[in-house]
Design a binder for this molecule. Sequence first.
Ligand code: ATP
Ligand code: MG
Length: 327
Amino acid sequence: MKKGRVFSGARPTGRQHLGNYLGAIRNYVALQQDYDCVYCVVDLHALTTLRETHELRSNTYEMVLDWLAAGMDPSASIIFVQSQVPQVTELHTILSMVTPMGWLMRLPTFKEKVRQQPDNVNYGLLGYPVLMASDIALYKADTVPVGEDQLPHLEFAREVVRRFNAQFGPILIEPQAKLSEVPRVLGLDGVNKMSKSLNNHIELAASPEEIERRVMTMVTDPARRYRTDVGNPDICNVQTLHRLFSGSPERIEEIAHQCRHASIGCVAHKREFARDLANALAPFRERRAELERDPDKVWDILSDGARRAREIATKTIAEVREAVGLP
Ligand code: ATP
Ligand code: MG
């Protein structure tokens, strides 16, 4: 007997990065044991920001390769593409009728997008959280593994479901967010959340050379300007990430000590981190390369996933239509 149903999704805006892995994918994999899991490539959500829409197909393929190589298992979980189960757009329309505009306009995530793309503040961007609530509600998920950036959306989803149920009866389920142990990974800039669209990320599938190239651009303790300055490892993102990918906690403590006494430089530390990270990700790269030999496999998994997802979606939509009174 499973403990409940999990739903989560990611935008096909590029390959998966360390933030996606630590914040979400690690949980996706772990939850497969005890929960009934539904994992979605949210291509409609990607349309809210993506101009190069012809990239959706290759991005989807690359992302699902990452997921499979990280241990997501299509025989245990449903893995599918959002737009291939169009019932979600119907639920989106219905839920939008119980969503006050004010709730959407005051969400910090919306305000941030307006800042990031002032020339493309589209209606879909405002409705993003309604579509996300629809995804979760359509599959009747009770548990949603996400990174910290998604918490306002989860809270919003709970409120919308509550409002729908109050008006039409207890049809939908109020979901709970599930954070990982590392819910917010900072990007190479050391300030913003690591994000595909900010291009401040390190891809899980990056080659050792690419990893080194990216790591060398990382911002460390900003107060440490010269090699002879002492540093504060507690606020250094290289230190934070290195800790998560090093096989040796003793070495991490040693580096922290050396940083505090200026006996190791940031450049040397970055080289060492890059090497450890490339080693830690080597098994992942190997599994990914193996999967890449059979490109059809990804598309077969996704079409089987869409079929299984549609079975759940059709039932929920029928209940929702009846509750609302649509003829
Ligand atoms: P985009 O920039 O296109 O929005 P993204 O890098 O933010 O891409 P998403 O596809 O939006 O990635 O997010 C997928 C999952 O990964 C979500 O659950 C999200 O909370 C989580 N996640 C994304 N970035 C981070 C991060 N830096 N730290 C922790 N979790 C993250
Ligand atoms: Mg995002």
